[in-house]
Design a protein around this ligand. Structure first.
Ligand code: PEP
Ligand code: MG
Length: 325
């Protein structure tokens, strides 16, 4: 198996009917970087910047952040890297930061909420990102966006930092793509407004599923009651892909779902052309997608999603379909 996956490493991920799919990888520390070449991932679809903060004994300085981001961009060479701004707070407590006790940390003061309320930290991170990407493209996205106003505020902060760097004569990125993670269900009902604003979207299916089903993602007792390959989730994902296409904005998915071959197959069928995976999943997912006929898949899946929920066992149908491919 491993040898088979290695043989696919440099092969583009194109389905049988010609759909080109970018299989990128998730990363967060320099030790992850060699996986890009090893797996043939076409970029980093999610760089979790909080990792550097979580492994450090003290708050990383702007120069430490800048050095890491530069290393990441250098090692990716020309391949795209999407940096996610700090997703800390809630249960991701940093030993050197004052801990705020919360009843429901997953729903609490975390990620972009903390970033906008205490903008010093977010601004210095954005500054490090902009400087690291001087002369090249920067892709940055914000976690846990729940309202379009939050996205506007976060984007404004990037503009402020750009102005600041320009005034001080620093080399600026060639282009800055600013995106949002879609992981809070409130965004599902303001997709048009969101898509008008963003340069790209990336679905965080781990959190999106946790909040859609109100089931703690880390608690197997409740998390395993819900299947990502269920009509409510797949309908939501289809809606996102369709609306993104209508607005001409790229959409990716970077949650665990894309690392499951069957999940990735469903995503390709629904129209997702970029996914970001756990490095070890790139080979198995590519092997399945190379054998997939997206059009046949949508002829199978879309009618099922239009049926009353529960009338068709979706996972079983997808398994059958994958077997037959
Ligand atoms: C997600 O929520 O799906 C995601 C990719 O981000 P994280 O797992 O870091 O919350
Ligand atoms: Mg998340």
């Amino acid at each position: 198996r491993q040898a088979q996956y290695r043989a696919l490493r440099d092969k583009p991920c194109v389905t049988k009917d010609g759909c080109n799919i970018q299989l990128m990888m998730n990363a967060g520390l320099t030790i992850d970087l060699p996986h890009m070449v090893e797996t043939g991932a076409t970029g980093i679809g999610l760089f979790r910047t909080e990792m550097q903060f979580m492994v450090a004994p003290t708050m990383p300085r702007v120069s430490d952040q800048l050095a890491l981001y530069r290393t990441v961009l250098n090692s990716a060479d020309k391949r795209p890297v999407t940096f996610r701004t700090l997703d800390i707070g809630g249960d991701k407590v940093l030993p050197y930061m004052r801990n705020v006790e919360e009843e429901n940390p997953a729903l609490g003061w975390r990620a972009i909420r903390l970033g906008l309320d205490r903008p010093g930290l977010l601004r210095s991170q954005v500054r490090a990102l902009l400087r690291a990407a001087g002369g090249r493209e920067l892709r940055v996205m914000f976690p846990m966006i729940a309202t379009v106003e939050e996205f506007d505020q976060a984007k404004k902060l990037v503009d402020l930092e750009l102005t600041h760097l320009r005034r001080h004569g620093h080399a600026l990125p060639e282009r800055v793509h600013i995106g949002a993670m879609l992981e809070v269900p409130s965004l599902l009902f303001q997709l048009d407004e969101l898509l008008e604003r963003v340069d790209f979207l990336s679905v965080g299916s781990n959190d999106l599923m946790q909040f859609l089903y109100a089931a703690d993602r880390g608690n197997t007792r409740v998390a395993s009651r819900f299947d990502p390959l269920s009509a409510p989730v797949l309908r939501a994902l289809k809606d996102i892909a369709d609306k993104a296409q209508k607005h001409g904005k790229p959409v990716a998915l970077c949650g665990e779902m894309a690392s499951q071959p069957l999940g990735a197959m469903a995503l390709a069928i629904l129209g997702y052309r970029t996914m970001s995976l756990t490095p070890s999943a790139v080979g198995p997912v590519k092997a399945l997608l190379l054998a997939l006929d997206c059009k046949k898949g949508s002829e199978m899946l879309l009618p099922i999603l239009a049926q009353p929920v529960g009338s068709v066992p979706i996972r079983a149908r997808l398994e059958e379909f994958a077997q037959a491919e």
